[in-house]
Ligand binder design. Structure first.
Ligand code: ZN
Ligand code: ZN
Length: 302
């Protein structure tokens, strides 16, 4: 059973604020569309609906992801965040397709804007709010190792790029009178959004499939093994997998066959403490073996 904690964490407060920002930005962008009648500004406002949905998805993922391990999920629930990030990547791709659709419509029937100056200014305010909030999300997501917050931030940044592209297109279209510039630029921006959505989905998918720790972390693990395994002969089959803020580490430790369980366990505890101290969020499990299990390749010889 999943039971939600009664108090809101810092992640959850940020995610709730994201929903508020997304709603406000959507409202302001819609006003910009009403002022101008621009199909590009309309699609820009539409794209914000995706933000509201993904902010809600992120909040659910964080609330589930923050759950302590329980009987059904003894390794914790962190992967809920990756799942949310994959969903967001998919929704970003949908948003890009929506913009392609709008751009195609405007391409077939270009028309000049009403009051472009005021409309572009209003949209510019919403875009500035989005840019500021994207920076907060990416920053917090990295500091707190939260892929959901980070994903939200990158998604928001893709919106800012869209909006800037749309604004530039509309300024050019207004200055030159070439109404067709607007859908053409919107299409180019949609291609960029497609790229960002694909990257987010692909990266989170890899994490869902038990991605290993970075080479740097793996080298740190080998270093701690070398420095803290006095009495053991070799460590091999070192495997790592990352789940949100936790890095699961397991390996085999070869000791002399005649060593007492007491002594072997003492080495294991020493190693576990050293590795968990060096690598934040590490959880170490060690399997002890006698010397005939020594491997000729790939191990850390002591
Ligand atoms: Zn082994
Ligand atoms: Zn123990």
């Amino acid at each position: 059973m999943l039971q939600l904690p009664p108090r809101l964490s810092k992640h959850q407060r940020v995610a709730i604020a994201s929903i508020g920002v997304a709603l406000a930005v959507m409202g302001i962008k819609y006003v910009a569309f009403v002022i101008t009648g621009s199909v590009a500004l309309f699609s820009d406002a539409m794209e914000s609906i995706v933000n509201v949905l993904t902010a809600i998805a992120a909040l659910i993922a964080i609330r589930v992801g923050a759950q302590p391990p329980d009987r059904q999920h003894p390794f914790g629930h962190h992967k809920a965040e990756y799942f949310s990030a994959v969903l967001e990547g998919a929704l970003i791709i949908v948003a890009a397709l929506l913009i392609f659709h709008e751009a195609y419509g405007a391409l077939r029937e270009p028309r000049p804007l009403t009051d472009p100056g005021l409309g572009l200014f209003v949209n510019g305010i919403a875009t500035a709010i989005n840019a500021g909030w994207a920076w907060v999300l990416i920053n917090r997501g990295e500091a707190w190792k939260s892929p959901a917050l980070n994903g939200d931030g990158w998604h928001l940044l893709s919106d800012v790029i869209t909006s800037v592209g749309v604004l530039l297109g509309l300024i050019l279209a207004t200055l030159t009178g070439w109404a067709i510039l607007d859908p053409l630029l919107a299409g180019l921006v949609a291609i960029n959004i497609l790229r960002i959505g694909y990257r987010l989905a692909a990266e989170s998918m890899s994490s869902l499939l038990d991605e290993a720790a970075s080479p740097k972390i793996q080298e740190q693990i080998r270093e701690e093994i070398r420095n803290n395994a006095d009495g053991a002969l070799q460590a091999h089959d070192i495997r790592t997998r990352i789940a949100g803020p936790t890095t699961f580490i397991e390996f085999h430790l070869v000791v002399p066959g005649g060593m007492t369980v007491e002594d072997a366990h003492e080495i294991c505890d020493r190693l576990e403490i050293a590795i968990e101290k060096r690598i934040e969020g590490a959880e170490v499990v060690i399997h002890v073996e006698p010397e005939h299990k020594i491997k000729s390749k790939g191990g850390v010889n002591l």
